[in-house]
Design a protein. Sequence first.
Length: 400
Amino acid sequence: MNMPHRSNREWVDDGMTLGLFMARVLIVGGGLAGLSAALEATTAGHHVVALEKASRIGGRATSQPLDGFAIGYGPHLLMKNGPLHSIAKRLSRVRLVTTPLRPHRTEVLGHGLIRPTGDLQRAALNKRALKANDFTHPIVKGAAFLAGWGSPIEDSNRLKALNKGQLLVSNEGWAGLIGRMGAALDEVGVFIECGLDVVRLEPGKAHLADGRTIETDVIILACGAKGARRLLSTLDPDMAQPHFQPLERTTASTIEVGLDAKPFVDRQALIDLTRQMAIIDYIQIQPRLGPNGSHLAAIAVGGLEHDAGTTRFDSAEARLAALESFMDERALGWRNHIIQEGRQSNITLHEATTIKVDPLAFATHGVILAGTWVENDHTLADGAVSSGRKAGGLIAKALR
């Protein structure tokens, strides 16, 4: 993939503005942020190449179909008409079938259902507290935890979506959503190569672990805060340090299991505020994912020494064990009915809990940043898509 040293940029100057027709763009990272950046950049007419270190695209936003269950990286709900939902609908003529999580089947442990059907007065009080974003109310705290998995609710869109019944589960699972993006890129001829690790950057060049070098006009780093910091430190260590030092991350342990029974009774989701844990049953929400059994996705958020917030566990393994115990309490007998399972003792859930980085912080080096840790108006998967699209639209600015 050694490229000759020439510029593929074409410029037009009308005396007032300088517009970019086409530039060579290298995207490092094939998760949601990278795929979204690739779609935006190629739509703008740029020549795009995307590299992914792993063996497949999607990052943590993908899933693997196993015996009819799409086992992934813990629970997540799709916000109706959010960045990911919107782009997935546009990229395929096949209708995206979704079903919302129901507040009247979602329980905050010790405080009852978010919208109890048998107690109209309590339901009205809960609804009023949610509408007012009253974070002193335990129901609002529990709903916010489920909506954002401990992210700061500066972006209250997901909390509002939960209250309105607009947090969704797709019948395609995460693999289907990623598949739509991958198919769209393939259709327009965007080259994505997996299994390639970028180890060093210099102006206009990216060096791969296999010894190859790619020459490019713009690099979009969509490889996570840790990966971006490592690469930018090879480019300009003095500049990289102050931008990444303030970032605070939050990690999580997750368990996903496909079961041949329904031990979770009739609840769609259960939140434990004290332990910062939750379980959802995808099939209870979206029956098209499987006619029988359960697909439970459980999560324990934070609690380690390096996480933002209170330290509650000595290790990620201890947190995972505590999550298993929580499932033992709330999904009785689940261990005896496992068909497929996936466990993650320690994944990065939020890469920036308060301060986020300007996407053009390294534009003087021809680098644009994309990811949930980069400035945008959303969180989680929506933050990745929003940031990626923004990065793809900033290419002209990085070249000026």
